[in-house]
Design a protein around this ligand. Sequence first.
Ligand SMILES: [Zn+2]
Length: 219
Amino acid sequence: MDASLVFTVALKPTEIDNECYDMEICSKYPLELYENAEKIAPSDSGSLKRIEHILGKEGQYSGFGFSHSTTQFDAGPVYSKYVVLNTMEEKLRAQARLQGRIEAVDSKDALERVMVTHLMPDIIGNTRAFSRQHFRCTKCNASIRRIPLNGKCPKCGQDKIILTVNEGGVRKYLGIAKKLSVEFELSDYLKQRLELASQEIDSVFQNEQPEQKKLAEFV
Ligand SMILES: [Zn+2]
Protein backbone atom coordinates (compact mmCIF):
# COMPACT_ATOMS: atom_id res chain seq x y z
CA MET A 1 0.00 0.00 0.00
CA ASP A 2 1.02 3.62 -0.41
CA ALA A 3 2.06 6.01 2.34
CA SER A 4 -1.06 7.40 3.93
CA LEU A 5 -2.55 10.53 2.50
CA VAL A 6 -5.13 11.08 5.20
CA PHE A 7 -4.50 10.91 8.90
CA THR A 8 -7.41 10.26 11.23
CA VAL A 9 -7.02 11.34 14.82
CA ALA A 10 -10.06 9.72 16.39
CA LEU A 11 -10.44 6.13 15.27
CA LYS A 12 -13.76 4.37 15.52
CA PRO A 13 -13.28 0.66 14.85
CA THR A 14 -16.84 0.31 13.60
CA GLU A 15 -16.23 2.92 10.91
CA ILE A 16 -13.06 1.58 9.31
CA ASP A 17 -12.80 -0.51 6.17
CA ASN A 18 -14.41 -3.81 7.12
CA GLU A 19 -11.66 -5.81 5.39
CA CYS A 20 -9.70 -5.20 8.59
CA TYR A 21 -12.25 -7.14 10.60
CA ASP A 22 -10.91 -10.37 9.13
CA MET A 23 -7.43 -9.71 10.45
CA GLU A 24 -6.40 -12.35 12.96
CA ILE A 25 -4.94 -11.18 16.27
CA CYS A 26 -3.48 -14.37 17.69
CA SER A 27 0.23 -14.63 18.49
CA LYS A 28 0.73 -17.96 16.77
CA TYR A 29 -1.29 -20.10 14.43
CA PRO A 30 -2.77 -23.27 15.90
CA LEU A 31 -2.40 -26.64 14.17
CA GLU A 32 -6.15 -26.48 13.53
CA LEU A 33 -5.56 -23.71 10.96
CA TYR A 34 -3.31 -25.90 8.84
CA GLU A 35 -5.64 -28.87 9.17
CA ASN A 36 -8.56 -26.73 8.05
CA ALA A 37 -6.52 -25.36 5.18
CA GLU A 38 -5.80 -28.89 4.03
CA LYS A 39 -9.54 -29.56 3.96
CA ILE A 40 -10.07 -26.27 2.11
CA ALA A 41 -12.49 -25.23 4.87
CA PRO A 42 -14.10 -21.77 4.71
CA SER A 43 -11.65 -19.13 5.89
CA ASP A 44 -13.81 -18.12 8.86
CA SER A 45 -14.10 -21.64 10.25
CA GLY A 46 -11.94 -22.56 13.22
CA SER A 47 -11.28 -20.66 16.38
CA LEU A 48 -8.73 -18.04 15.25
CA LYS A 49 -9.35 -14.81 17.10
CA ARG A 50 -10.05 -11.95 14.72
CA ILE A 51 -10.73 -8.20 15.06
CA GLU A 52 -14.37 -8.91 14.28
CA HIS A 53 -14.66 -10.80 17.59
CA ILE A 54 -13.63 -7.84 19.74
CA LEU A 55 -15.41 -5.04 17.87
CA GLY A 56 -17.32 -2.81 20.25
CA LYS A 57 -15.93 -4.67 23.23
CA GLU A 58 -13.41 -3.73 25.81
CA GLY A 59 -9.94 -4.33 24.41
CA GLN A 60 -10.89 -3.41 20.85
CA TYR A 61 -7.95 -0.97 20.71
CA SER A 62 -5.12 -2.94 22.22
CA GLY A 63 -3.55 -6.28 22.98
CA PHE A 64 -3.43 -7.57 19.42
CA GLY A 65 -1.08 -10.47 18.94
CA PHE A 66 1.23 -10.84 15.96
CA SER A 67 3.38 -13.61 14.56
CA HIS A 68 6.54 -11.83 13.37
CA SER A 69 8.43 -9.02 15.10
CA THR A 70 9.82 -6.02 13.29
CA THR A 71 12.03 -3.12 14.29
CA GLN A 72 9.87 -0.62 12.41
CA PHE A 73 6.18 -1.29 12.00
CA ASP A 74 5.72 1.06 9.03
CA ALA A 75 8.82 -0.05 7.10
CA GLY A 76 7.87 -0.86 3.56
CA PRO A 77 7.39 0.66 0.15
CA VAL A 78 6.51 4.34 0.22
CA TYR A 79 4.90 4.04 -3.19
CA SER A 80 3.07 0.93 -4.31
CA LYS A 81 4.03 -0.65 -7.62
CA TYR A 82 0.61 0.34 -8.85
CA VAL A 83 1.69 3.99 -8.69
CA VAL A 84 5.26 3.43 -9.91
CA LEU A 85 4.35 1.39 -12.99
CA ASN A 86 2.91 3.51 -15.74
CA THR A 87 0.74 1.50 -18.07
CA MET A 88 -1.95 -1.04 -17.30
CA GLU A 89 0.04 -3.58 -19.32
CA GLU A 90 3.09 -3.16 -17.08
CA LYS A 91 0.87 -3.51 -14.01
CA LEU A 92 -0.77 -6.68 -15.30
CA ARG A 93 2.55 -8.21 -16.34
CA ALA A 94 4.11 -7.42 -12.97
CA GLN A 95 1.15 -9.06 -11.28
CA ALA A 96 1.40 -12.09 -13.55
CA ARG A 97 5.13 -12.43 -12.81
CA LEU A 98 4.53 -12.34 -9.07
CA GLN A 99 1.65 -14.80 -9.31
CA GLY A 100 3.82 -17.12 -11.36
CA ARG A 101 6.24 -17.37 -8.45
CA ILE A 102 3.62 -18.19 -5.81
CA GLU A 103 2.79 -21.84 -5.77
CA ALA A 104 -0.53 -21.29 -4.00
CA VAL A 105 -1.80 -19.09 -6.84
CA ASP A 106 -3.31 -20.48 -9.99
CA SER A 107 -1.90 -17.70 -12.14
CA LYS A 108 -4.12 -18.35 -15.16
CA ASP A 109 -7.22 -18.24 -13.00
CA ALA A 110 -6.02 -15.11 -11.20
CA LEU A 111 -5.27 -13.30 -14.46
CA GLU A 112 -8.62 -14.32 -15.84
CA ARG A 113 -10.33 -12.91 -12.76
CA VAL A 114 -8.60 -9.57 -13.23
CA MET A 115 -9.84 -9.53 -16.81
CA VAL A 116 -13.40 -10.45 -15.88
CA THR A 117 -13.71 -8.14 -12.89
CA HIS A 118 -11.72 -5.12 -14.09
CA LEU A 119 -10.98 -5.00 -17.79
CA MET A 120 -14.20 -6.45 -19.23
CA PRO A 121 -16.54 -4.18 -17.20
CA ASP A 122 -14.37 -1.22 -18.18
CA ILE A 123 -14.49 -2.06 -21.87
CA ILE A 124 -18.21 -2.85 -21.88
CA GLY A 125 -19.07 0.09 -19.60
CA ASN A 126 -17.18 2.58 -21.76
CA THR A 127 -18.73 1.26 -24.95
CA ARG A 128 -22.13 1.82 -23.40
CA ALA A 129 -21.13 5.20 -22.02
CA PHE A 130 -20.00 6.30 -25.48
CA SER A 131 -23.54 6.24 -26.83
CA ARG A 132 -24.98 7.98 -23.77
CA GLN A 133 -22.37 10.60 -23.30
CA HIS A 134 -22.37 14.34 -22.91
CA PHE A 135 -20.14 17.02 -24.30
CA ARG A 136 -17.55 19.00 -22.44
CA CYS A 137 -16.02 22.45 -22.88
CA THR A 138 -12.20 22.24 -22.92
CA LYS A 139 -11.86 25.66 -21.32
CA CYS A 140 -14.34 25.81 -18.43
CA ASN A 141 -15.13 22.09 -18.20
CA ALA A 142 -18.89 22.73 -18.42
CA SER A 143 -20.79 19.55 -19.28
CA ILE A 144 -23.58 19.93 -21.79
CA ARG A 145 -26.18 17.52 -23.08
CA ARG A 146 -25.97 18.53 -26.74
CA ILE A 147 -23.70 20.74 -28.80
CA PRO A 148 -25.41 24.16 -28.94
CA LEU A 149 -26.49 25.28 -32.41
CA ASN A 150 -23.91 28.07 -32.48
CA GLY A 151 -21.21 25.56 -31.53
CA LYS A 152 -20.10 27.63 -28.55
CA CYS A 153 -19.97 26.81 -24.85
CA PRO A 154 -23.04 28.39 -23.22
CA LYS A 155 -21.01 29.25 -20.13
CA CYS A 156 -17.79 30.79 -21.42
CA GLY A 157 -18.42 31.19 -25.15
CA GLN A 158 -15.42 29.16 -26.25
CA ASP A 159 -15.94 27.03 -29.35
CA LYS A 160 -13.90 23.93 -28.48
CA ILE A 161 -16.39 21.35 -27.27
CA ILE A 162 -15.38 17.72 -27.11
CA LEU A 163 -16.92 14.35 -26.28
CA THR A 164 -16.67 13.22 -22.66
CA VAL A 165 -16.05 9.61 -23.73
CA ASN A 166 -13.79 9.13 -26.73
CA GLU A 167 -12.72 6.19 -28.85
CA GLY A 168 -9.35 5.96 -27.09
CA GLY A 169 -11.10 5.63 -23.74
CA VAL A 170 -13.30 2.84 -25.05
CA ARG A 171 -10.45 0.90 -26.67
CA LYS A 172 -7.99 1.61 -23.87
CA TYR A 173 -7.83 -1.89 -22.39
CA LEU A 174 -9.08 -3.94 -25.31
CA GLY A 175 -5.67 -4.42 -26.95
CA ILE A 176 -3.94 -5.42 -23.72
CA ALA A 177 -6.75 -7.77 -22.73
CA LYS A 178 -6.65 -9.52 -26.11
CA LYS A 179 -2.86 -9.74 -26.15
CA LEU A 180 -2.59 -11.17 -22.64
CA SER A 181 -5.46 -13.60 -23.12
CA VAL A 182 -3.59 -15.13 -26.07
CA GLU A 183 -0.15 -14.97 -24.47
CA PHE A 184 -1.25 -16.61 -21.21
CA GLU A 185 -3.61 -19.02 -22.97
CA LEU A 186 -6.66 -17.92 -21.01
CA SER A 187 -10.02 -19.60 -21.53
CA ASP A 188 -11.70 -19.67 -24.92
CA TYR A 189 -14.80 -18.24 -23.29
CA LEU A 190 -12.91 -15.11 -22.24
CA LYS A 191 -11.23 -14.81 -25.63
CA GLN A 192 -14.60 -15.03 -27.35
CA ARG A 193 -16.11 -12.42 -25.04
CA LEU A 194 -13.25 -10.10 -25.88
CA GLU A 195 -13.72 -10.79 -29.57
CA LEU A 196 -17.44 -9.97 -29.34
CA ALA A 197 -16.69 -6.77 -27.43
CA SER A 198 -14.12 -5.91 -30.06
CA GLN A 199 -16.62 -6.44 -32.89
CA GLU A 200 -19.17 -4.30 -31.10
CA ILE A 201 -16.66 -1.49 -30.67
CA ASP A 202 -15.65 -1.71 -34.33
CA SER A 203 -19.30 -1.47 -35.33
CA VAL A 204 -19.56 1.79 -33.38
CA PHE A 205 -16.37 3.39 -34.60
CA GLN A 206 -15.71 2.12 -38.09
CA ASN A 207 -17.54 4.49 -40.35
CA GLU A 208 -18.13 2.95 -43.68
CA GLN A 209 -17.61 5.71 -46.19
CA PRO A 210 -20.68 5.95 -48.44
CA GLU A 211 -19.66 5.18 -51.96
CA GLN A 212 -21.12 7.32 -54.66
CA LYS A 213 -22.32 5.41 -57.66
CA LYS A 214 -23.22 6.62 -61.07
CA LEU A 215 -26.68 5.95 -62.31
CA ALA A 216 -25.18 4.28 -65.38
CA GLU A 217 -23.68 1.54 -63.19
CA PHE A 218 -27.17 0.17 -62.57
CA VAL A 219 -28.19 0.14 -66.16
ZN1 LIG B 1 -16.86 26.74 -21.47
